[in-house]
Design a protein around this ligand. Sequence first.
Ligand code: GA4
Length: 322
Amino acid sequence: MVVLSQRATFESNLYVNPKCKPSPALIPVIDLTNPDAKTLIVKACEEFGFFKVINHGVRPDLLTLLEQEVTKFFALHQSLKDKAGPPDPFGYGSKRIGPNGDVGSVEYILLNANPHLPSHNTTAIFMQTPANFREAVEEYMEEMKEMASKILEMVAEELKIEPKEKLSKLVKVRESDSCLRMNHYPEKEQEMGFGEHTDPQLISVLRSNETESLQICVKDGSWFTVPPDHSSFFVSVGDTLQVMTNGRFKSVKHRVITDTKRSRLSMIYFAGPPLTEMIAPLSCLVPNQDDWLYNEFTWSLYKSSAYKTKLGDHRLGLFEKQ
Ligand code: GA4
């Protein structure tokens, strides 16, 4: 099944590009219960680095509860929210994105999704929120971990990666370095909410309300608006999976533009490997190291290098083989 999406009328600098002809992009829709899902996922990762997931099995009441609680949090007085910031990188942040001067029309909460780390759930932000919010966040993180692992397992099966848990276990293990981001973009004349970037992790699982704000960049460099779908999830390929597949999958460039009609709420789970994990093209996919497009690195090194970059930088550049 495919969905027709709209060509974005805005380029990164927010000026209308008169050369943009309206031509539709096709965003693959993957039904997780479809026996062909793994083949379709791999095709989507190769063509777009992006797809939509339906029949995901996540309880709608959990999603509603979480959304209500997050909405309540963002509705608090600014001085209260600021007590949970500035982000380091976890915590509450407003307008500033990352440590290197990027700004956007957004406020957010970034949480560590590893329940085994001492900092987990003890951050100021968490201690100030009601217990049912904290429980919903915990449960949501578990659901997202499950979904991300399931998708990675399907990828491994389709690509005949042995053992088939090779990718999924990076997310499932106790040491997995994943995080959860909740973003609130105020309703506004079209402005950059979150500038163009790729995600550094393996894959990201996104859910949002019905705002026409998310845009992805396709192979020919043109931007398309992703038609929103409140009941589905959207999955994007991150830099780490691009490296492990030696560029067969591409991490998708994306950005968020504020919606003129309503504010946008989004939640993204970034599925990352353990900090000590060595990232390199998988030898079962690319047996000859001479064919590797990237030098190997630990996730910890890539992450610290990523945090020294600006949002729109080509982060993998430093790790590409000459
Ligand atoms: C992009 C993906 C995730 O939102 C994030 C972001 C992180 C941050 O907001 O602190 C970064 C950005 C993201 C990549 C480059 C650096 C780090 C902001 C920034 C300028 C949480 C992540 O892991 O990388």
